[in-house]
Design a protein around this ligand. Structure first.
Ligand SMILES: [Zn+2]
Length: 158
């Protein structure tokens, strides 16, 4: 249904990851009630569709368009959790959809080069490089840092 353009970001930093923020989501959505809608990131033009399936389930679907124009459809479930607040109401959480992780978090990130919304640890690309086996993006990132470093070194002594 909903089609997104995915992430277009030239710098490979965590700052330019798309952030799917529970606090922002909760402004419009009550996860206790079934609903359908979309979330849009105006600055990047990205847009994802979602269905809330109580209890505690969110379905995300979107299309990622790579720079070469290749499109991939994604459709997967994100489990939700809540903690009861002392003065009533609920505080909602995402479970990281990476089944090896399942970390509870307030924000899911889609980093450049990734096709999924995952927790910060799964998307934190500057360390924890032992995760998830070979990943072409990490290779690219390493190359990027190597280049940046060599540029820095080159520029350093004049
Ligand atoms: Zn995770």
């Amino acid at each position: 249904m909903s089609v997104g353009r995915g992430v277009t970001c030239k710098k490979l930093t965590v700052d330019c990851a798309l952030q799917f923020d529970m606090d922002r989501f909760r402004r419009d959505v009550n996860p206790d009630c079934a609903s359908t809608g979309y979330t849009e990131w105006k600055d990047s033009g990205a847009k994802i569709g979602w269905d809330v399936n109580p209890p505690c389930r969110l379905r995300l679907y979107y299309t990622v368009t790579k720079r070469d124009g290749q499109q991939t459809n994604h459709d997967y479930l994100v489990d939700l959790d809540y903690t009861r607040l002392y003065f009533g109401g609920k505080r909602w959480w995402f479970f990281c959809p990476n089944q090896d992780c399942r970390r509870r978090c307030r924000i899911l990130y889609m980093a450049p080069g990734s096709d999924y919304f995952l927790c910060r640890v799964c998307q934190n690309l500057t360390y924890r490089s032992q995760q998830a086996g070979p990943d072409p993006f990490k290779k690219l990132l390493r190359k990027y840092y190597a280049e940046a470093l060599s540029k820095m070194l080159r520029g350093g002594r004049r």
